[in-house]
Design a protein. Structure first.
Length: 644
């Protein structure tokens, strides 16, 4: 009897405990549902913030106030069967009026997998608060969850990269190639070495797509004649050692030796290269030029060739506010709207210039001249007319003008107050190829009499932009002394320089226009260029043409027989768009490549950039926290619009 009573009491206690535990488990499940809903709200808020920052250059400090048109909106979709829609709250915090320069220290273990490590970026952090409530179906008081997280908006100068591609990036050099500095591609990365040596990445490499040891679209190099190279392709690890992507006879790219994308690549790359090679598997996203929509490649399933080539607008002329394509934020970022001097050449070759306020200026003789049929561009396949622009002459006009001499100053322009370092050259025409013309810079050799690069004022350096094909002849922003040349160390009197063109062709110091008309591959000489180069390309297999883009090692175009001659490029290589003027395809029929001694300019690595340098924007979620109701209400109450 005593045992029976004891068992009854025990069973009753166990049942009571079980029911209590079940109730606790049920409430815990509802609490988790409330937390998930609040977290989803914050994520939805982040998506709205990203859209705003992707399409605008400036957003007011109190733009996210609940009464503002920019206030964060609640989602229309249900967040869960038990979530009380009337309880949802999504609040954005203040937007800092100024971005803070922040160095992402690569030696900090917390930054090992940060794709911007080693760069100085401009950061703004915006808090987002989310609240959600669940009404338990079993009864009892509602269960609330309160969370917050910050979105770090990070702007990095475009030239903070040794190589930046807004498209797929292909690199398949023959000679050994070392790339020192950060590399990024908004797309896939295709790599190989074709010369029995090696291709080596000595800095952080990030791609928003995948990485392949392969030809893009099956289109092989050198007019489809090459076999894919098996020589080493290496990436640097934490210890500074270069580690080959091929191991045990297998290329450990995104396919990991299989026929499809492998889920094993993320952990393999992380453990092998310690954050120095990251792809979409690691969460890498596109880095977008501020205010410009993403580039979208051609859809091969449609008969028309129709890429969304938005980046090209960066080098195009301004649009009138009445134009259907006018977007104020995008116009503000165009290089043509940043220029202090705006040159314009019409179809007849007549050249005029004006200031930012639209008033015309008087150009002195010798600064810029146009010659029809000036030279033969054998890649394009015809003689071209050239607007020859003497940057050495511009240096004198900007740095030491003589108002008493019409030949020694720009009439109506005061360099002391109006020069900002950015010059735009607009070629106007009804012809898509701009009447078979181009713009050529010359006279940029540092230290030579009458030559050099114009630079004046608090923002040193020079940026030249044209919507046409651009050519650079001879040594440029460099002294041309080969015995002291470096691919990364700036020389005495060197300033930060950038050049933008629909295409960019480098001509050696030996280039002769007359010879180009009679001789294929005229002989080149050693040449030195120090500049960031922003240019377009014709993608591999564009429109099904089975032609290769030529790869990053052929991004600057050549027209000479370089033989064993060196070409030093100290700068940053940027492919931001598809060409729309110069649609010629790459081949080796009209040039022999130089010895490529190319590197990342240490001026850029140290945070000194050319005037008007565009920014690319990325985002990072930081500091997620669960809050108590009191903490949440206190934080929201401190926002400016909540104060009495």
């Amino acid at each position: 009897m005593i045992i029976a009573v004891s068992m009854s009491v025990l069973i009753s206690g166990l049942l009571g405990w079980s029911l209590t535990e079940r109730k606790m488990n049920v409430r815990h499940a509802f609490r988790l549902e409330a937390r998930n809903a609040a977290e989803a709200l914050v994520e939805f808020g982040f998506a709205q913030l990203r859209y705003k920052f992707d399409h605008r250059t400036s957003i007011g400090q109190n733009a996210l106030a609940p009464s503002s048109p920019d206030a964060l909106q609640l989602p229309t979709a249900d967040l869960g069967p038990a979530v009380d829609a009337s309880s949802l709250q999504l609040i954005g915090g203040t937007i800092p009026p100024f971005a803070v320069p922040t160095f992402i220290d690569p030696n900090d273990p917390a930054n090992e997998f940060d794709p911007l490590k080693g760069k100085v970026v401009l950061t703004r952090e915006i808090s987002v608060f989310g609240r959600a409530s669940v009404a338990p179906s079993s009864g009892g008081p509602p269960i609330q969850a309160h969370v917050t997280q910050r979105l770090s908006v990070r702007d990095a100068p475009l030239f903070a990269h040794a190589i930046f591609y807004n498209l797929d990036l292909e690199i398949f050099p023959g000679p050994e190639m070392h790339i020192k500095g950060p590399v990024h591609a908004n797309g896939d990365l295709y790599v190989s070495n074709q010369g029995g040596t090696s291709l080596n990445f000595g800095g952080m490499v990030s791609v928003s797509g995948n990485v392949f040891h392969a030809w893009k679209s099956g289109v092989r190099g050198n007019n489809n004649s090459e076999t894919l190279g098996e020589s080493p392709v290496t990436f640097v690890n934490r210890a500074g050692n270069l580690v080959n992507m091929k191991t045990g006879g297998v290329w450990k790219d995104s396919r990991m030796g299989t026929s499809g994308i492998s889920t094993d690549f993320r952990s393999y790359a992380s453990n092998t290269w310690h954050g120095n090679l990251q792809t979409s598997a690691h969460g890498i996203q596109n880095y977008q030029p501020v205010a410009f929509p993403e580039y979208v490649p051609d859809d091969p399933a449609t008969p028309a060739y129709d890429p969304v080539n938005t980046g090209h607008a960066l080098i195009e002329r301004p649009l009138a506010s009445s134009d259907p394509g006018y977007v104020a934020e995008r116009e503000a970022q165009k290089m043509s709207n940043k220029a202090c001097l705006y040159f314009e050449m019409d179809a007849a070759g007549t050249i005029t210039a004006r200031k930012r306020d639209g008033s015309t200026v008087d150009l002195p003789p010798g600064l810029v001249t146009f010659a029809p049929n000036a030279m033969m561009d054998r890649r394009r396949g015809f003689n071209i007319g050239l607007a020859d622009f003497d940057v050495g002459k511009l240096k004198q006009l900007i740095e030491s003008p003589d108002a008493s001499d019409p030949a020694a100053h720009i009439g109506g322009f005061d360099p002391a107050t109006e020069w900002n370092g950015v010059v735009y050259f607009d070629c106007t025409s009804t012809s898509d190829d701009l009447d078979r013309t181009g713009v050529r810079l010359f006279g940029g050799r540092v230290g030579a009499s009458g030559q050099g690069i114009p630079s004046r004022g608090p923002d040193p350096g020079f940026t030249f932009v044209t919507n046409n094909a651009l050519y650079i002849r001879g040594h440029f922003n460099a002294d041309g002394n080969m015995s002291s040349s470096s691919s990364y160390l700036p020389e005495t009197d060197e300033v930060p320089v950038a050049v933008f063109g629909d295409s960019v062709t480098l001509l050696s110091a030996a280039w002769d226009d007359a010879t180009s008309k009679t001789t294929n591959r005229p002989a080149a000489v050693h040449t030195e260029v120090s500049a960031a180069i922003v240019t377009g390309l014709l993608p591999t297999n564009a429109g099904g043409n089975t032609n290769s883009s030529g790869g990053a090692h052929n991004l600057p175009r050549f027209l000479e027989n370089w033989g064993s001659k060196n070409l030093y490029i100290r700068g940053s290589l940027v492919a931001l768009y598809e060409c729309e003027v110069d649609l010629s395809t790459w081949s080796t029929a009209y040039y022999n490549p130089p010895n490529r001694t190319w590197g990342f300019n240490q001026l850029f690595a140290g945070g000194t950039y050319p005037p008007g340098t565009p920014l690319v924007r990325t985002y990072r979620r930081i500091d997620y926290r669960d809050l108590t109701k009191t903490e949440y209400e206190t934080a929201v109450a401190t926002l400016p619009w909540s104060s009495p």
